[in-house]
Design a protein around this ligand. Structure first.
Ligand code: HEM
Length: 242
């Protein structure tokens, strides 16, 4: 019964990780590439119907798939005994997966800390309107914040998913155990870039109004281009540093 061994556990958690990850990121792409542009063309009554009946269901799968993705990801590390000692995280594959995990955790924080709370305001407002009441005056600003955070997640998902695969499928050909100084520089620059993206995407830098720093979040096309540019930055950095 090989499936009940440690290697089997590592494989089963990987499988669960794929299923949960596909559900989470699939819904993220549905929201960004399909729902937002379609809702812009709906009339008010149809939109309110969809916001009260379709969106809550989609958001349920979205946010609990995010939880399962994180848990199964940690389970893979556990089965592979990569969590103890920290030695793994000094290797190229360790740095690769830590980068993917950093991006995924920022995305997770955006799901539970911004997108879901703001969408609850939007849904509650649509429910009030459906019951014959007035829309919540906060709803438009909440919708804008959720949109910016959701586009930020789309942007981050492009390099995040790269690092998930890169870990076992290419990172080993780079300098296997980079020196402490190289790792320090890598993490200092990586953290700075990720923090700036997050602060801008949540409006803590520059507010939420459209402007030059928000241009890459204004359309999903711009966000996709920016996601590949961010991937380009990472791969160039790996080539130069490791
Ligand atoms: C905090 C969240 C996450 C954690 C802790 C995590 C952890 C991991 C770990 C430990 C691996 C195995 C790396 C290896 O040794 O090959 C992995 C691989 C992978 N992860 Fe994640 N992950 C997270 C988020 C995500 C998300 C959001 C997705 C989205 C789909 C995802 C998709 C994948 C894929 C496709 C692989 C590749 C597996 C392979 O090459 O066999 N992960 N992840």
């Amino acid at each position: 019964m090989e499936i009940f061994t440690q290697a089997g556990g590592a494989m089963l958690s990987r499988w669960g990780h794929y299923l949960a990850g596909v559900t989470w990121i699939g819904l993220l792409y549905y929201f960004n590439f399909v729902q937002v542009p379609s809702f812009a063309q709906f009339d008010a009554a149809s939109r309110s119907d969809a916001v009260t009946k379709l969106v809550p269901r989609a958001l349920w799968w979205f946010r609990f798939a995010a939880v399962l993705t994180v848990l199964t990801g940690i389970a893979i590390l556990g089965f592979n005994e990569q969590l103890s000692g920290g030695a793994y995280f000094k290797t190229a594959p360790g740095i690769s997966i830590a980068t993917g995990i950093l991006l995924a955790l920022v995305m997770f924080a955006n799901v539970w800390g911004v997108i879901w709370p703001k969408q609850r305001i939007v849904i509650a407002s649509a429910e009030q309107v459906a019951a014959g009441g007035q829309p919540d005056p906060e709803a438009a600003a909440a919708g804008r914040k959720a949109l910016l955070a959701s586009r930020t997640n789309t942007l981050l998902s492009i390099p995040m998913l790269f690092f998930m695969g890169f870990t076992s499928h290419l990172s080993g050909v780079y300098e296997l155990t980079p020196k402490g100084g190289e790792r320090g520089l890598y993490w200092a620059v990586t953290l700075l870039v990720v923090v700036l993206i997050e602060l801008n995407g949540t409006g803590r830098i520059g507010g939420t109004a459209p402007g030059p720093t928000k241009a890459y979040l204004e359309t999903h096309k711009n966000t996709i281009i920016a996601g590949f540019a961010l991937w380009g930055f990472f791969i160039l950095f790996w080539e130069l540093l490791f």
